[in-house]
Write a protein that binds this ligand. Sequence first.
Ligand code: MG
Length: 412
Amino acid sequence: MTERGAPPVTITDVKTILTAPNGIRLVVVKVLTSEPGLYGLGCATFTQRPLAVATAINEYVKPFVLGRDVDRIEDIWQALYVSSYWRSGPVLSNAMSGLDEALWDIKAKRAGMPLYQLFGGKAREAVPVYTHASGASPTEVEERVRAFMEQGFRYIRVQMAIPGLTTYGSRGGTAIPALNPAQTRTWEPTPYVHAVPRLLEHLRVALGEDVELLHDVHERIPPIQGLWLAKAVEPYRLFFLEDLFAPEDIDYFRLVRAQCATPLAMGELFVNQAEYVPLMRERLIDFIRVHISDIGGLTPARKLAAFGEFLGVRSAWHGPGDVSPVGHAANMHLDLAISNFGIQELSLFPEGTREVFPGTPEVRDGYLWCNEQPGLGVDIDEQLAAKYPFPEHPYNGAWPEVRRLDGTVVKP
Ligand code: MG
């Protein structure tokens, strides 16, 4: 019997759904229950290793949770977390997130409320989002920013291609055959760090102060060039500069903090609290950027948000195209309810993705709007999802290899 005197609703099946509408490999978990018609959905998308996540769910998560009480989200999370002994990491965290978000979806459906209500109710009416403007020159980026501003967006991430190189957020570049026989993408840090301040200066002169500009370094430059770049872009008042360092180099944030006031966002590659807690506790970053399914779902993300509130660190959950609409809805429900919300990244949902996921959050005037259905508010059309198998890829979706001109592998 449950605390309410009725028999508990239990987990009767855990299904892993693999689908790639618009070519992006998505992993969604559907948790079925002993109550007819009651189920929940969670995002478990790790698009570079989706088949490993599917195995973790089918072979380890599912047998561990069958028959358990759906109401005991915290208990299930803690038990599952230590059940592998060696814990966290993107594969196991995503597998846990698929289950965890589905259990929150179920609990809110049982309560007859949209999920944000269980998190304390709305702290804002809708969620401001930022989108991505890329181009081959400052004027091309400016044109794209203006087009987004006309649609009502006030936060825009700006990235510019560097001639001859494959820059994050844009493509291009030719390798020298003798140095890079596989002809992978090429990259050099120095032309990039000189181009970014020029881009931002152009945009501030052209657009004024009415738009918030963001930029993602994507951990691609040596730490000392990162320090130089953070200082060089300070006059252009970024909303944030993202992933200035690789997770392996986070001690450098202390040096940046001591030398300039450029707002710093970090953490989309983090999978473990040992990585983000020290940075936040010492107030070395301004925005925590974790990918919620990569830290294990909404259960840990709620705690992370609350921790940040006490330290003045705002949220900026990772929200690229390789988060399913279920995961974007999870981001949104947390965004609606927390007081230290910063900004939400959004990759605009293509029509094909919306058809597979009825109830996908709406984007209007630069905001994400909740549909007020009980739970996460997003469903999946499984028959339609099955029509979009993962596309063929030589490495099952692995991140493309990038090398310097001399052939050295660089971080993504
Ligand atoms: Mg990023």
